[in-house]
Design a protein around this ligand. Structure first.
Ligand SMILES: [Zn+2]
Length: 259
């Protein structure tokens, strides 16, 4: 006879129950959380913030996971470090186009876009921007934040990873912190996932959200990211998966992540 653990009872009795309803496996390898770590039972959903250096990064790296979260009724914000604009090239200012593309991608994923106000290719990480970014995340009160893995060939990706990390420290490490990959081998490097999310069923929506960034060569970059998703799928036993690295000190909220 199957033993029902305290965790099973808790999950079935609370907002985690929805994860069972659709068969989403939990992060089974994570440690048993203390009850004090669990969100209040009255809170109906998670606040999830997926940060990216540019419009499109969260969609390419985490689009399938975002779709799974929003389908479960969780509140997801895609927080972009910049609007993809190049102010040093006034004759070519794609900012408004990139913003419109980001809004369309968010509509497809049922997420909300948010912009941190920096300039594409000119990311600044200093005391003032640590403060500003901390305030931004503090206002969102996330349960979970996803950000770029910091070993990355793009300075904007590295920048937002550092900004998130500092905010996480200043907020007492109270939200779960996960790292994701984009264009592994071209941008992200040395990425070895600790968690996988099966995104096979979400592939059409993820593809649509990525292709919403029509000005950003989606034929090239989606093909590259799809190779990554298939590789992570091979590793984890799915057709396509998104891989994540959980920060070792991240609180365990029993996220609806694949094992
Ligand atoms: Zn980027």
């Amino acid at each position: 006879m199957k033993t029902i653990s305290r965790r099973d009872l808790l999950t079935k009795a609370s907002w985690f129950g929805t994860t069972f309803a659709v068969g989403l496996p939990l992060a089974a390898k994570a440690a048993e959380p203390a009850q004090s770590q669990l969100p209040p039972a009255t809170k109906p959903s998670l606040k999830v913030v997926v940060t990216g250096g540019h419009p499109g990064d969260p969609e390419y790296g985490c689009g399938g996971t975002v779709a799974r979260y929003t389908d479960l009724g969780h509140d997801v914000v895609l927080l972009y470090l910049n609007k993809g604009e190049w102010t040093d090239r006034p004759s070519y200012d794609p900012g408004p186009v990139r913003v419109a593309e980001a809004k369309k991608a968010c509509e497809i994923l049922k997420a909300r876009p948010l912009f941190a106000g920096q300039i594409d290719g000119k990311a600044i990480v200093d005391a003032a921007h640590y403060h500003q970014f901390h305030q931004l995340l503090e206002a969102e009160q996330p349960n979970v934040v996803f950000t770029h893995w910091p070993i990355d060939n793009h300075p904007d990706h590295r920048a937002i990873s550092l900004l998130v990390y500092e905010a996480w420290l200043r907020m007492g490490k109270k939200f779960a912190l996960y790292y994701y990959e984009v264009s592994n081998g071209e941008d992200t490097l040395q990425f070895a996932p600790t968690h996988y999310v099966d995104v096979t069923a979400m592939e059409p929506r993820k593809r649509s959200a990525c292709y919403a960034h029509a000005s950003q060569s989606p034929d090239k970059f989606y093909a590259l990211q799809e190779m990554v998703a298939k590789m992570r799928g091979l590793e984890s036993g799915h057709k396509q998966a998104e891989g994540y690295i959980r920060h070792v000190q991240s609180p365990d909220f029993q996220l609806p992540l694949a094992s």
